[in-house]
Design a protein around this ligand. Structure first.
Ligand SMILES: [Zn+2]
Length: 290
């Protein structure tokens, strides 16, 4: 398996402390290529895609986890989402690029909001607000875990050169160790993780990162999981969007052009509907009207 696009879970023996480390490269390409995102925005999106893979790994059910941010600054929309089995996609919509961003707050601007949405395949969706109090995405997400989750969780994120990496460490409820022992292990491993530089997280092989940090108390490593770009768009969904425009709008498109091509905002795949397709949609709407 390529070391470039994996999620490696790890578990410290005789404790209830678990972690995940994720590396993305090929997974980012469909989201970044031909977009011409300013570098800082490319970094933000890459980190967000690593973060959602890590956080989706904490779900106890099948479903989808999305991170969304909006603001009045250069970044008008940031969207990243991952399925429970590591299918990830994301996009940024931006207004202008003056290149002077020193923080997440600079990029999102005033009246910014960030939220996490969890959509189980079965059951009700849940949305939580991420406080925008940290200077970067990892710090903001740490704030989210502090305020809304019972499980203490720390997150480290890095991005650059078309790659992204993330590390998550989480303290689970007491099961195999006492609260006191778990507290000591938690303190120890998070202190060690804080010594990792962002360059090491991004550039070193996953096993090397874990060995460098935790060689005194090596964690158990199950087989790594593959991570891949995955988009949920389809020709059928695009067709439904067109149909929802209504008969008159479709007729005017048909009158003006031979065909209409719609590009997916996430994966940039194109779906073309020609005059025959449009005509069929109009007739189908005619029939449902009666
Ligand atoms: Zn798509």
């Amino acid at each position: 398996m390529s070391n470039a696009d994996i999620k490696q879970r790890f578990l410290f023996p005789d404790s209830d402390i678990r972690g995940e480390i994720v590396r993305l490269e090929n997974t980012l390409a469909p989201a970044l290529q031909q977009r011409g995102y300013p570098m800082a925005m490319e970094g933000l999106l890459s980190e967000a895609m690593a973060a959602v893979v890590l956080m989706a790994g904490t779900l106890k059910f099948r479903g989808r986890l999305s991170l969304q941010a909006r603001g009045e600054g250069p970044v008008s929309l940031l969207l990243a989402e991952s399925t429970h089995d590591n299918g990830v996609r994301g996009l940024v919509q931006h207004r202008k690029d003056d290149g002077q961003y020193h923080s997440l707050a600079d990029m999102l601007g005033s009246n910014a909001i960030m939220a996490l949405t969890i959509r189980p395949d079965e059951g009700r969706q849940y949305q939580g607000v991420v406080p925008l109090e940290g200077e970067n995405l990892a710090a903001c997400l740490a704030g989210y875990f502090n305020q809304s989750e019972q499980l203490p969780t720390r997150l480290w994120l890095a991005a650059g050169n078309g790659r992204a990496a993330g590390l998550l460490i989480q303290r689970l409820p007491e099961k195999v160790a006492s609260a006191e022992d778990n507290a000591l292990t938690w303190e120890h491993v998070t202190t060690l993780a804080d010594t990792l530089t962002m360059e090491e997280l991004l550039d070193l092989p996953v096993e090397t990162v874990l060995h460098r940090l935790f060689h005194e108390q090596p964690p158990q490593l199950p087989a790594p999981d593959p991570v891949a770009f995955s988009c949920t768009c389809s020709r059928e969904k695009v067709a439904n969007t067109l149909i929802s425009l209504g008969k008159e709008e479709l007729q005017s498109i048909l009158d003006e052009q031979e065909a209409v091509t719609i590009s997916c905002d996430f994966c940039q795949s194109n779906e073309t509907f020609d005059a025959v397709d449009l005509d069929q949609m109009i007739h189908a709407l005619d029939n449902t009207d009666q």
